[in-house]
Design a protein around this ligand. Structure first.
Ligand code: SF4
Length: 486
């Protein structure tokens, strides 16, 4: 269970002898969230954070393992630090996150100048690990060189963060992990290995964390989880007269979380990433319908449109189940928009399988699509058991074709909004066009329009005049004018 208490604390000014931390974060929003937690903990220990590696006393890499390329990037960054460590032996270099979890102490073989490796359920102990290392360095008679390498990679422990001494530093758009890990076993995916089993955060803590973030400037909160809509499935079912949630057998559900967050004063928008079709429930759809702060954009990766490929991926659903859940959702939230991830060139994928994927993407009408070529990940079932038999050239060709199809689909979908008015949360100023602002509609679509920067952090009504596959452009209208074009 994740435990946190939230209050803001004055940060001590950076003194010359104050130790400095630099964190490099690769990968997903969950990593960005975890890096903020780690920074907050070091600041609570009197550290300052620095943007420059040259100034840092401690350099931490929060790593990603989703593709080989991500791991190689970390090793190349580590390689560049070898000389810095030779000229400054007091420097502490730590590696945390998914690659630390997957590779563990083998990291020392490729990067002998690394001092600490902490996995995805041990990074909360990074301050203690650094202190332990510094104590050992200060006592060379007792501790030999090999003792000056610390590894912590168990995934059994819950992630717990004491936030008493933290300031929220995430800006107007905050990310909040409502759960960690994944209980599914898609054959291509490294996440269950690197992040462990599902661990949901109690609702009261989610609400107090959200209030803490909003009290310090957050306006939009994106709820994070590998399968965020399976929230609460790991809780024990309530016994006796314990309060009942809206989830399975009375467990708390993501729908319950949304209803509670809808009540948070000052919170403007609530978003969610990433979902799984098997956990798309009527309760969740009704919560999205009933909570005006919740975006009507749902990232529900399909990954493929062929049942044979979905079976080989062990995704746990068929295209028919996806269709049924989607029909239920659109019955309750007719204007819901969807996003998807796709893997092309999965072992055994035939031309016909791929045609089914193109057709399924068009049938559902996803407004956002991320397309990836299959990349075998060591220790996954697919890498160990399924031959990577789709030639690279075919993977590339299918990747291009699906990207082109995705562009056609999004152009059609976004084109439907021309002439309509949409509610937009204003995020920032254009860095290319003077007097132009950027925002995101309640359907998750980027929108640009002329406006005064004082509108940033508020919601406006925009009458859409143009649309492309990647966004819409329009003019701000008043409430009355908006009502005319709804
Ligand atoms: S649902 Fe599948 S793809 Fe997503 S994190 Fe879990 S195992 Fe990985």
């Amino acid at each position: 269970m994740t435990t946190t208490r939230f209050q803001s604390a004055a940060e001590a000014p950076a003194g010359t002898d104050q130790r400095k931390l630099h964190v490099v974060t690769f990968g997903c929003q969950m990593n960005k969230y975890d890096s903020l937690l780690v920074e907050g903990k070091f600041k609570g220990q009197g550290y300052a954070t620095t943007d420059s590696m040259d100034d840092a006393d401690v350099i931490l890499f929060n790593t990603c393992s989703v593709r080989d390329h991500a791991e190689e990037r970390t090793f190349s960054w580590l390689g560049e630090l070898k000389r810095a460590k030779e000229s400054n032996p007091g420097l502490v270099i730590g590696v945390m996150g998914c690659m630390a979890q997957r590779v563990g102490e083998e990291i020392f073989q490729r990067a002998g100048h690394v001092d600490i490796v902490a996995g995805t359920r041990k990074f909360q102990h990074m301050t203690e690990l650094v202190d332990q290392l510094l104590e050992r360095r200060a006592d060379p008679d007792t501790w030999r060189a090999r003792d000056l390498r610390l590894v912590a990679t168990g995934v059994e422990e819950d992630v717990e963060f004491e936030r008493g001494a933290m300031n929220y530093t995430g800006g107007q758009h905050a990310y909040l992990a409502v759960m960690r890990g994944c209980d599914l076993n898609c054959t291509y995916c490294i996440v269950p290995t690197t992040r462990g089993r599902v661990q949901s955060k109690p609702i009261d803590e989610i609400v107090s964390e959200a209030q803490w973030m909003v009290s310090q400037g957050a306006k939009v909160i994106t709820l994070l989880g590998q399968t965020v809509n399976s929230y609460g499935e790991d809780f024990a079912k309530p016994e006796g007269d314990a309060p009942r949630g809206s989830g399975r057998q009375g467990r708390p559900s993501l729908g319950d979380v949304l209803r509670r967050l809808q009540q948070v004063e000052g919170l403007v928008r609530i978003r969610m990433i990433t979902m799984h079709p098997a956990y798309l429930t009527q309760d969740l759809a009704e919560a999205i319908r009933d909570c005006s702060k919740v975006d009507r954009f749902l990232p529900i990766p399909a990954q493929a449109g062929s049942d044979d490929v979905l079976r080989a991926m062990k995704r746990g659903y068929t295209t028919d189940l996806y269709r049924k859940r989607l029909a239920m959702l659109r019955e309750i939230v007719p204007d819901a928009e969807l996003g998807s991830d796709w893997i092309v060139g999965f072992p055994g994928e035939t031309d016909e399988d791929f045609e089914q994927t193109l057709a399924f993407a068009e049938e559902v009408g996803f407004v956002v699509n991320y397309v990836f070529k299959y990349d075998p990940r060591p220790t996954t079932h697919a890498a160990d058991e399924l031959p990577d038999d789709v030639p690279t050239a075919v993977k590339k060709e299918r990747n291009q074709r699906l990207l082109k199809k995705a562009e056609e689909i999004a152009t059609l979908r976004l084109g439907r909004y021309v002439g309509q008015t949409v509610r937009v949360f204003v995020e920032d100023e254009s860095d290319r066009a003077e007097g132009v602002l950027h925002g995101r509609s309640v359907h998750g679509i980027p929108v640009s329009f002329a406006g005064d920067p004082t509108l940033i952090g508020t919601e406006v009504e925009v009458a859409v005049q143009q649309a492309s596959a990647y966004g819409m452009h329009g003019v701000v209208v008043t409430g009355e004018e908006a009502a005319l074009t709804r």
